[in-house]
Design a protein around this ligand. Structure first.
Ligand code: ADP
Ligand code: MG
Length: 389
């Protein structure tokens, strides 16, 4: 049994649960998106990997009709009568992610029983590595307590927690990869058909995420604003080109033909999404060819497009990207996640990883007085039950 599994089980005992012997533990990973940013809710392409950073949820039954949840990260506990779950309203609080999962499980027709739930996550919160999908999926599995569920149904259920309960209009990528991740593989996902393909990464590159340790408030309002701006652009094209229902349906040539009819900044947002979809497909090809230089160039083009067209970067992230690009062992760097802070993702030669981390940490500290955190991203398996053996 690993340390975090032990801790969440101990957490149940600390809460005073008297059925710890019936406890089960479920795990769901965070992710780093290699390329394809803000393309998921535009029904395009993405290419994430699941991480060995994950959220663990331990659950054990209670007999008094109460549902009690505790986050070890937040050191906070909430409880409510389990019979109230279907009527529950969001509270604008971390517990929304967990109780929203209970509600969605109940609404999907599965019985949600009185229980204690203890959660601990190694996914950094709010850093763009999707601690939210990790907590949603692990909580949903804990409330299901081993009842079988189709993987895609679980993905959609967890996404409803975030869309309908938490109120964040995110696409399907985060929940999809948290459920479908595979060891040593990236997943190229078509967010419309939900068809996916496992892509091995060349052994000769390491994926390193660098946490800027900043998160600017603008992010919360900018995300739904970008969703609206993309819809505004789609409406212009849908009037002119039959069959266009999302930015996914537009080629770069079709885009250019009518772009003057789209007002700014929606025009730029659409340009990012359309070029980013092309980059995902090109990145997949470059991976297969083990063409590290091309993979790196696509990373950097993606970053510039997010910075200039999608306008979701910030000074700290741009600095991390430029510093990384200036390092001889780094092939490419870009912002990953929603934007306005969080992490960059970097492709680094294995032998250069240590000097890369040192150079980036020193430069970032000198410029902003902040020590960044580094994550070596080893593609890991998707969600499931943790072994208690
Ligand atoms: P990201 O998914 O990039 O980490 P989000 O803003 O989407 O960032 O989700 C972060 C939110 O998810 C936190 O503010 C918190 O409400 C919730 N959350 C994630 N992990 C935990 C945890 N271990 N315990 C409690 N809440 C968590
Ligand atoms: Mg999130």
């Amino acid at each position: 049994m690993d340390g975090i599994t032990e801790r969440v089980l101990e957490g149940l005992a600390t809460l005073g649960n008297s059925h710890v012997r019936e406890a089960r533990v479920f795990r769901a990973p965070g992710r780093v998106n290699l390329i394809g940013e803000h393309t998921d809710y535009n029904l395009g392409f993405v290419m994430p990997v699941a991480l060995d950073l994950a959220c663990y949820a331990a659950t054990a039954p209670r007999v008094d009709g109460i549902l009690r949840i505790h986050s070890r990260n937040m050191n906070d506990t909430r409880e409510l009568p389990v019979d109230d779950i279907k009527e529950l309203k969001p509270a604008g609080h971390w517990s929304d992610y967990v109780l929203g999962a209970a509600k969605e499980v109940a609404l999907a027709g599965y019985p949600v029983e009185a229980a204690d739930l203890v959660i601990e996550s190694t996914v950094p919160v709010g850093a763009g590595l999707s601690s939210s999908a990790a907590i949603e999926v692990s909580s949903a599995l804990a409330f299901l307590r081993g009842r079988s569920i189709d993987k895609l149904e679980l993905v959609k259920l967890a996404r409803r927690v975030e869309n309908d309960f938490v109120g964040m209009p995110c696409g399907i990528m985060d929940q999809f990869i948290s459920v479908h991740g595979q060891e040593n593989r990236a997943v190229r996902l078509d967010c419309r058909s939900l068809g996916h393909e496992l892509v091995p990464l060349p052994f000769s590159v390491r994926v390193i995420a660098v946490n800027s340790m900043v998160k600017h408030d603008l992010g919360a309002s900018a995300y739904p604003q970008r969703v609206r701006e993309c819809a505004e652009a789609v409406a212009v094209y849908a009037e002119r080109i039959p069959g266009v229902a999302s930015l996914r349906d537009l080629t770069a040539e079709q885009y250019r033909h009518f772009d003057e009819y789209v007002s700014v900044p929606a025009r730029w947002r659409a340009r990012h999404v359309i070029s980013e979809n092309e980059r995902v497909l090109a990145f997949r090809e470059a991976c297969v060819r083990h063409d590290r230089a091309e993979m790196g160039q696509l990373f950097y083009s993606s970053h510039k497009s997010m910075r200039d067209d999608y306008e979701i970067s910030c000074a700290e992230i741009d600095f991390l990207v430029e510093t990384a690009m200036a390092h001889s062992g780094c092939y490419g760097a870009r912002l990953t996640g929603g934007g306005f802070g969080g992490c960059t993702v970097n492709l680094v030669a294995p032998e250069a990883v240590d000097t890369f981390k040192q150079a980036v940490a020193e430069a970032y500290h000198k410029q902003f007085g902040i020590i960044p955190t580094f994550y070596d991203c080893h593609p890991a398996a998707g969600a499931g039950e943790a072994s208690l053996g």
